[in-house]
Design a protein around this ligand. Structure first.
Ligand code: M6R
Length: 364
């Protein structure tokens, strides 16, 4: 039931602090700030390569996780859309972990890729929200997200819960490989446990986002820019906007702008910039200036410090809490979800059942 909410999507966006806390609670131990994954019957420290396969929003969660696996566990990561992976001839070496990410656990392309990897002798890891799904049944390593049923066709809470599980898994692998000291583990877990409160703080800006949605609603095209782990978030933001408001949107790596897409920039194309303050901030801001110099209208999403430095002259700004870079992708998911939601509401589209889309894509 929707309760006091207008749409399931809205309800699911607001559930995120609770369900992310639930999900983190089942993979992290708060008493001593350690990672506590279930026992598996293979040695995770021996994994030589991780192959991530997923579709849509789940794929973007995988893209964020690639940064974490590389950074923490120093393991090479390959990632692909399930529909592409299945029909190229992927080289799968022995000792690899093939990781499938899916809300429904029934997406046909992802399931076909899973069966292919299984036949090729890979260890099968599954991050899934529906515990009774086909993918859950076929996993060697089952990592459920505890987001609860997701009804809105646009995936929201499943995404942030997938990120929570994937961060815990990357940290676990790093610990097992001897690459993360006990003190580092405590620090990483401590930051992850800050996520629910930070998500709440992000949700506090719902009204600001609702009141600027009319600035975006008339656009025909919207660009989203981000760097590092915020690059997949830019693509996720664009996907959300396309799905429910039917506005054409693209997510780009900030540094790629000048290699082509900058040609699109004029006053009619809003550019949403995701730029938490941190090591990549200055670079993203200089890409933002390139857009501004060409008459582009910018919506800057950053924390107070970032907005103070670069917020002037923007069409609008959205303030996020200042967070550790590890949890920024979870926190910045909130404004892109809310922006898509409120723009769709301004346009009066069917938010929970957008045209041409199904919740679970069970055909290849
Ligand atoms: O159930 P899955 O996570 O496997 O679904 C994958 C995609 O179909 C899904 O994320 C889709 O892109 C959503 N509608 C995005 O909001």
């Amino acid at each position: 039931e929707k309760g006091n909410y207008r749409h399931f999507m809205q309800k699911e966006i607001f559930e995120q602090p609770t369900v992310v806390a639930q999900t983190l609670g089942s993979y992290l131990r708060q008493s001593d700030n350690s990672v506590a994954l279930p026992q598996f019957d293979f040695d995770i420290s021996a994994i030589k390569r991780v192959t991530i396969v997923a579709c849509g929003t789940s794929y973007y969660a995988g893209m964020v996780a690639k940064y974490w696996f590389e950074q923490f566990a120093r393991v090479p990561v390959d990632i692909d859309f399930a529909s592409e992976f299945r029909y190229r001839e992927p080289v799968l070496e022995d000792g690899g972990l093939a990781l499938f990410i899916s809300q429904s656990g029934e997406t046909a392309d992802t399931l076909a890729a899973l069966r292919h990897c299984k036949a090729m002798g890979q260890t099968i890891g599954v991050v899934v929200n529906v515990p009774t799904s086909s993918m859950a049944r076929e996993a060697d390593l089952l990592l459920p997200t505890h987001a609860g049923p997701e009804i809105g066709v646009a995936s929201t809470k499943a995404f942030t819960c997938q990120l929570a599980v994937l961060a815990a898994l990357a940290a676990h692998m790093a610990v097992k490989k001897g690459l993360m000291t006990r003190a580092e583990e405590q620090e990483v877990v401590g930051h992850l446990l800050e996520a629910p409160a930070a998500l709440n703080a992000a949700l506090d800006h719902d009204d600001d986002i609702a009141s600027m949605a009319h600035l975006i609603a008339p656009a025909r095209d919207v660009l989203y820019l981000g760097r590092g782990p915020d690059y997949p978030l830019a693509m996720e933001g664009a996907l959300k906007l396309k799905e429910i408001s039917y506005i054409h949107a693209e997510g780009y790596a900030s540094g790629e702008m000048k290699h082509g897409p900058i040609a699109l920039i004029d006053e009619a194309v809003p550019v949403i910039v995701l730029a938490p303050s941190g090591p990549l901030f200055e670079k993203t801001v200089s890409n933002m200036e390139e857009v501004r110099a060409r008459g582009g209208k910018i919506v800057l999403i950053s924390d107070a410090e970032g907005l103070e430095e670069a917020g002037e002259g923007c069409l609008a700004t959205i303030e996020m809490p200042r967070v550790h870079p590890l949890i920024a992708p979870l926190v910045y998911a909130i404004p892109v979800q809310l922006l898509a939601y409120h723009v769709a509401c301004v346009k009066g589209t069917d938010v929970d059942q957008p045209r041409n889309l199904a919740k679970s894509v069970t055909v290849e």
